[in-house]
Every structure is written in C-alpha cells, then in structure tokens.
Ligand binder design. Structure first.
Ligand code: XMP
Length: 507
C-alpha cells in the first residue's frame, strides 16, 4: 500500500482516490502523526499544503526513515519541501501560477515520465516556486512559466513535481502516478472492489465469529452496503433496525423496508413517527430540532437494541472521509456551521463494540463495492438525504400536515427528475417548505397559501456545491404539477444559490 503524508492541501483526498483508481490501496496520514510502522508501505507521497516552506511554522517532518529507503514523490509543497531543505531555493513566484499550464519540456526517457507527452496539460496551484534545484538532482520537466516542474534526486527514487497529478485537469496525471507506483515502486494493482469484498468478509467472519451485531439502516448507500457486507459474513446474526422518524420521503419507509427484506437482510422496521413528531411539536430552532431528533433516535434505537438478546457489536456505515485526521491550516478545529452530521452517536452505557467495515473507503468506492455485490443500481445511485430528514427542510415548526405537504411536493420533484433522466446528473435534490404564505388566484378565488423552494445541486462531497441549470421546460412542468396537485401550495421558486455562501439545506 501507499502512504500519503498530508500537509493540509485541499487536494490530498484526491491523491488518495486517484491512487486507488489504479487499484492500489492508499492511506492518508497527517505529516505530524505518521504511522510508526512503515514496513507495509511500498511508496510515499507528500501532499501539497497551504503553508509556505519559507514560513517559520512550515511543516518540517523527519523523512530519514523514508528518503532513499522507499520511492518518494513530493507534490507541490512536497516538492518544494524536498528542494528547499536540500540546498535548493524556493521563492515567492512573480507570475500567477494557478490553473492550467502545459509541459514544454519532458524527459520522456525517464521511466517517471514514460507516456507523458510534451504539451500535456498540467494543473498548477501555488504561490511559491522552486527557483533553483538542489545540486544532486536532475531536471525532468518544465512548463513555460515554471522551469523546475519535475525533478529527481540522483541515486535514489525521490521525485518532486510542482503540478498536481491528482486533479482531472492534469491530463497525464494518472499516467504519472502509475509510472511512479507501478513502474518505479513495483506495486501490484490488485486492490479491486471484488478483492475488497473477499478480504473484508473473511476478516469480519474472523472478528465476529458467532457474535450478534446490530446495525441501524437509514436507506442510504453507506449503511446499506455495510449491511450487505456484514450479512455475507454473519448472515442472520446481523440484526438491522430501520427507524421511521416520520420525516422520510413519501413511501420511503415501506418501500425501502421491502427492498431490504428482498435482499435477505434480517431487518426490523420500527415506526416511531408519532413519537418524533410529538417531541418536535412547537420547536422552530434548527439546531434544537436536530438535537431532539438525535436524542429520540438514540432512545428508540436503544429500546430496540435491548430486544436483541446478547448483542455485543454495533455496526456503522462510517466512511473514510469521516475518519481521516485532517490537518487544518489554522491548526484549530473548524467552526461548527451546523451540528450535524451524524444523528446517532450512541450513549456509552450501551457498551457495544463498534465495527465499521467501510471505514477505509471513499464514497465512490462504497458504490463500486455495492455494485460488485449486486446491490440494486437505484439504491446505489440514491441522492444523499440528511439524517433529520424533512425536519430541516420545513423551515420553522413542524406539524404532520406540513410533513405531508412537503412529502407530496418532494415526490413530484424527484419523480420528475427520474422520469426526465435528470436524477443521475444531480448530486442532491429536494424541496423546502417556507414559513411564508403568499397571495395567489385559482379560478376566481383568491388564495393565501404556502410557498415551496426547489433545490438541485451538483457537488462531489457536499462541502461545496452549485445549483443545477435544470431545463426551463422541466421547471415549468414541475411547478404546474405541484401547484395543481398539492393543496395548500400556490407558489414554487427555484433556489439559485451556490455553497458557499449558502448551504445545501436551508436550515
Ligand atoms: P449543508 O446544508 O451543510 O449540507 O450544505 C451538506 C450535506 O449534509 C447534509 N446535511 C445533513 N446530514 N444530518 C445529516 O445527516 C444533518 O443534520 C445534516 N445537515 C445537512 C445535506 O443534506 C447535504 O448533503
């Protein structure tokens, strides 16, 4: 496997994913907390960073256990770090070096750059530049503005590149990573979804034996794939609990429950709608609504878990981005924008051991693993849906009537996206019920009814997002359908805000 030492670049996770797309397993660790045992890592990559090597507080890890002992690749800051502390010279660049550039000179004879073409587009993102390389290095590639774009240290497999091979805009970036990892480091490309399923199921069998495991299903991709993996390993000893909090999409509870049963899972559906809606009555504060839902979920889940006699494990669908220790530029934790993201987090007294079979996978890998186990395409392609569900899409207080209005509106929107072939090109979509009545006219009658906002965004991870340019004809038809078919709604608007500065959900 490959070790990626993170210096805090926004692209570090992309390096991890790109390496895995080559069917090579990768792990990301913070530069200031590297693994003690390096023996299993066949190569090391140093990421970019928001820091400057010239700053006093710049990351300055000890690489003596790595340099010359394993193939090493420094990307951007990683390259500048290698240059700067080995006799080279890094300075602030005079020209803007962001965005696309083209390689004007490439040493294609060097295996590191095999099949990388002169003229190939590369992606730059740096404020510093390597003015002079250390003496014991060989220059491998340049662009028009950046002479020292790629270099190698003599007598060791240590390379530096100024551009970012991990972003898609670097057209030969993946080739370059393959050259480094496969041709130079000699790593085998055996890490495939099928191989992951096989080894994970074997490990789970070994770890869990005849123990009973409880898992909360949400209808989402992660918990579903985790359930199927565990089911393969321990069959009926996996007890799944699917809670209806009354804030799911229309027909979601019964539909998804049937689907789970059809997959052979040992699943119990618990309809706690009334309890959730009761506890939420009269509450309009978004954070308090989230807290109530989180608490009631734990209570319901706890009651149900107690009914599973002798259970000793709790399984969770945690994925890799949730567990990567992040290096933040400020050193401190980032501000809480919304108290997310996991409804859940079970109380300590449950004393269950935790098993997280997807803990090392990125989201797209979870989907591929799901597909390799034959999970339904529709289930794997589902949009993300927040744990507190429609509660954070009903602005203000929640009543059963508002929930059912929003369920109808949402269903018309989502079904429309599906029947028009738009669903898969949208990352997430949904409707918001606004605490606003406005005047309308239907027939000869004046109406004074609710307004809904439709939102559809494209994103890769929900951290940033942009609104989707849905066809006008589609919006027109959807708006008509909603106003004609859903009593109580007389106005539809479309949200055209990006994140940042807006967020995806309205609460
Ligand atoms: P925001 O609104 O923060 O949403 O831009 C980013 C992503 O997170 C989801 N989201 C939540 N998920 N519990 C969840 O499980 C929450 O409280 C929550 N709030 C937002 C949102 O749907 C989007 O995918």
């Amino acid at each position: 496997k490959v070790l990626i030492l993170d210096f805090g670049s926004q692209y570090t996770q992309l390096i991890g994913r790109r390496v895995r797309e080559l069917n090579i397993f990768s792990e990301i660790k913070p530069f200031n907390n590297p693994p003690e045992d390096l023996s299993e890592y066949k190569a090391v990559i140093l990421s970019g960073s928001p820091f400057s090597v010239r700053a006093d507080d710049a990351p300055h890890p000890d690489l003596s256990e790595i340099r010359g002992k394993k193939p090493l690749l420094g990307v951007c800051y990683g390259a500048q770090y290698l240059a700067h502390f080995n006799g080279g010279n890094v300075e602030k660049s005079n020209t803007r070096e962001y965005g696309r550039a083209n390689l004007s000179h490439v040493e294609t004879d060097n295996p590191f750059l095999a099949k990388v073409n002169t003229g190939s587009q590369v992606w730059m993102s740096h404020a510093d530049t390597i003015k002079q390389l250390p003496e014991n290095t060989q220059l491998l590639a340049s662009t028009h503005d950046v002479e020292n774009a790629a270099f190698k240290f003599d007598g060791e497999e240590t390379y530096g590149i100024q551009f970012h091979p991990e972003v898609y805009h670097s057209t030969d970036g993946k080739q370059l990573l393959e050259n480094f990892l496969v041709n130079i480091a000699g790593i085998e490309q055996t890490w495939t979804p099928d191989a992951f399923v096989e080894t994970t199921v074997a490990e789970l069998k070994e770890k869990l034996g005849d123990d009973k495991v409880i898992l909360g299903l949400s209808g989402g991709v992660d918990s579903s794939v985790a359930a199927v993996l565990l089911h393969k390993a321990i069959g009926p000893n996996l007890h799944c609990i699917f809670v209806n909090n009354g804030l799911l999409r229309k027909n979601e509870f019964s539909g998804v429950l049937k689907q789970y049963e059809g997959m052979g899972l040992n699943v119990k559906g618990v309809d706690a709608s009334a309890r959730f809606l009761d506890e939420l009555a009269g509450e309009s504060d978004p954070e308090k609504k989230r807290k109530i839902i989180g608490r009631v979920f734990v209570e319901v889940f706890d009651d149900e878990s107690k009914l599973v006699d002798g259970a000793t494990w709790l399984a969770q669908g945690t994925i890799y981005p949730d567990v990567i220790e992040s290096v933040s530029a400020t050193g401190g934790p980032s501000a809480t924008i919304k108290s997310h993201h996991n409804v859940g987090g079970l109380p300590d007294y449950m004393k269950l051991k935790v098993v997280e079979p997807l803990k090392m996978l990125f989201k797209d890998e979870v989907r591929r693993v799901g597909a390799s186990m034959g999970l339904d395409k529709e289930l794997l392609g589902r949009h993300p849906f927040p744990g507190p569900g429609l509660a954070i899409r009903i602005l203000g207080d929640i009543t059963p009537e508002k929930v059912s209005i929003l369920q109808e509106v949402d269903a018309i929107f989502i079904d429309g996206l599906k029947s028009n072939g738009l669903y898969d090109s949208v990352w997430q979509a949904g409707a918001m019920l606004l605490p606003v009545n406005s005047v309308g006219v239907m027939g000869d009658e004046r109406t004074y009814e609710k307004c809904v906002a439709l939102r559809a965004v494209e994103s890769t991870d929900g951290m940033t997002a942009d609104w989707v340019n849905l066809p006008y004809e589609f919006l027109q038809k959807t708006s008509n359908d909603i106003i004609n078919k859903v009593p109580g709604v007389n106005r539809v608007v479309y949200d055209i805000s990006s994140k940042p500065p807006a967020t995806i959900e309205w609460e």
